[in-house]
Design a protein around this ligand. Sequence first.
Ligand code: NCD
Length: 309
Amino acid sequence: MLENKDLLSINQLTKDEILSIIKKAESYFRNNKITMKKKDLNRFTQINLFFENSTRTQVSFEIAGTLLGANVVNFPLSNSSQSKGETLLDLASTLNSMNPDILVIRHPNSGAVQLISEKVKCSVVNAGDGNHEHPTQALLDILTIKKRIGKISDLNIAICGDISHSRVARSNIFCHTKLGNKITVIGPKTLIPKDIEKLGVQVFYNMVDGLRDIDVIMVLRLQKERMDGGYFSSEREYFHLYGLDDRKMKYAKPSAIIMHPGPMNRGIEIDGDLADNIDKSVITMQVEAGLAIRMSVLELLLKQKIENV
Ligand code: NCD
């Protein structure tokens, strides 16, 4: 059972809540139950509201809701009154009057999803807000690690690349801290927030030292859409220093796995052949786990609503 009506951040979840989301998702993962509609959920309305581009997150929330039997509406932002200058809070109040049960929201500004959640009665799921949090991404990463390594604690996790602009990094740091894993962040000084050690992570500015003894390597994209200046000299030099390739993989444990939330820029943060190497890379498994996690989160939030009626 989840305590809050919304899922806005990993920070708001207890360790037990994280484990119960993972447990329910496991029952959906590669399981034929995934095609079974939940009778008690088919009267629910889910609106997906994506103010930023998305492929895997939006599609998997849509499929997850549909598989659970909810009525899923994808809000068309380009045709909406947002393009006529309506404020975010007016839009929230309009949608609230239509009485949806769940809103799944992605927004380029940190905190915007929380702002909407305070104005509506229904449950709100944060599908990524600015560089703040992306809770379902961290949860699907945990499920992938559990499936591939068989455990989700006592692990050494490295998050590599553009940490400053990454909501995925922040949610994963909060999640792994709660699970008792050791987190290392690796990247150029310009792309690592100055006071990040306060979150309980170790910082390295080079891959040789940072990857030592690492079990899980999470690679991040250079999120240029959130950059307001020059943070690295060239993509070529960035790949040489921080791009994950066979040579740098040797610094980690031989059993280390590679993760990437996507979308991936081959030849910049990761070598294309390495990303496709299924002995090491679990990137496609992350997408599969994403569907199971989103089903689990939607179901747990909707069930909480049924019980509170
Ligand atoms: C991430 C995001 O949007 O934060 N992607 C995703 O949800 N799969 C990471 C990214 O955009 O680089």
